[in-house]
Design a protein around this ligand. Structure first.
Ligand SMILES: [Zn+2]
Length: 271
């Protein structure tokens, strides 16, 4: 599943190139998770100004309105001047004067939604509940610790919920908790200020490194389809059940939390 770093790297792969492009045609394939919200024809003639990211949404600012894109479980975007004919899993093409932006999404949990503005009800429904951006200035230790104090759920699940801080998915939550030395099952409210500060730094660190790593492979990424575009850090705990901890050598454990696998070291993450 594309997580925040993949979405950010996707954004960087085409944001500059599509800026200023005028929409010439829109091709819509099979239904995605949500309807487009306008007639495809209504987008023709509009200009793409900028591409921003909010959580795992990409926001294409048009001269009138905004297109929200989500990659869902299996989506990938490609932007190219010359595009082959649509394949079986290509469900949305935005044909512009600078190239074609194409969404490939085999499982069709992704979406492209047009809204008149970012504060229109349809946009607020999707973006309104999102927590602060983990890589932005608004994510500070004091506010993070205060938000955790109010939550009694296990810290891993509070991170995944996305309303305290957005875009920390399963891989990065496990990795950040390892780096901070925090047991994933610990109630969020019991995390002290110094430990919240360590977790805050760890979240920024794992996400920033993943974005950097993706950025360094941007060339391949933007030209590739689907899974070849995904990248991962050398994981400390994620997907390493039974393998020795890279810090202390004891076997990495896996448990289920809210249907998701959680990996941790019982020595390095005692409580
Ligand atoms: Zn360990």
């Amino acid at each position: 599943m594309p997580e925040l770093p993949e979405v950010e790297v996707t954004r960087r792969s085409f944001a500059d190139r599509i800026a200023g492009a005028r929409v010439q045609a829109v091709r819509v394939g099979k239904p995605l998770r949500w309807p487009l919200g306008c007639e495809p024809q209504a987008l023709v003639g509009r200009t793409v100004r900028t591409v921003r990211r909010r959580g795992k949404y990409l926001l294409l600012d048009l001269d009138r309105g905004v297109l929200l894109l989500h990659l869902g479980m299996s989506g990938s975007l490609r932007f190219d001047g010359a595009m082959p004919p649509e394949g079986l899993h290509d469900h949305f093409d935005l044909v512009t004067t600078h190239g074609v932006l194409r969404l490939n999404d085999p499982r069709r949990f992704g979406a492209v939604v047009f809204c008149d503005a970012e504060d229109a009800p349809e946009a607020v429904k999707l973006l309104g509940g999102l927590g602060v951006e983990p890589l932005g200035d608004a994510f500070d230790v004091a506010a993070f610790h205060a938000a955790l104090k109010k939550r009694t759920a296990p810290i891993k699940q509070v991170l995944l919920a996305g309303d305290v801080v957005v875009g920390v998915g399963n891989i990065y939550a496990s990795e950040a908790l390892f780096l901070a030395g925090i047991r994933p099952t610990l109630p969020a409210s019991r995390i002290s200020r110094p430990r919240a500060a360590r977790l805050h730094a760890a979240i920024r660190d794992v996400l920033a490194r993943a974005v950097d790593k993706g950025g360094s492979t941007l060339r391949d990424f933007s030209n590739a389809h689907g899974e070849s575009g995904y990248f991962q850090l050398e994981a400390m705990v994620y997907d390493r059940a039974g393998e020795p901890c890279r810090a202390c050598g004891s076997p990495i454990r896996v448990i289920r939390q809210g249907q998701r696998a959680t990996y941790y070291c019982q020595v390095c993450q005692k409580f």
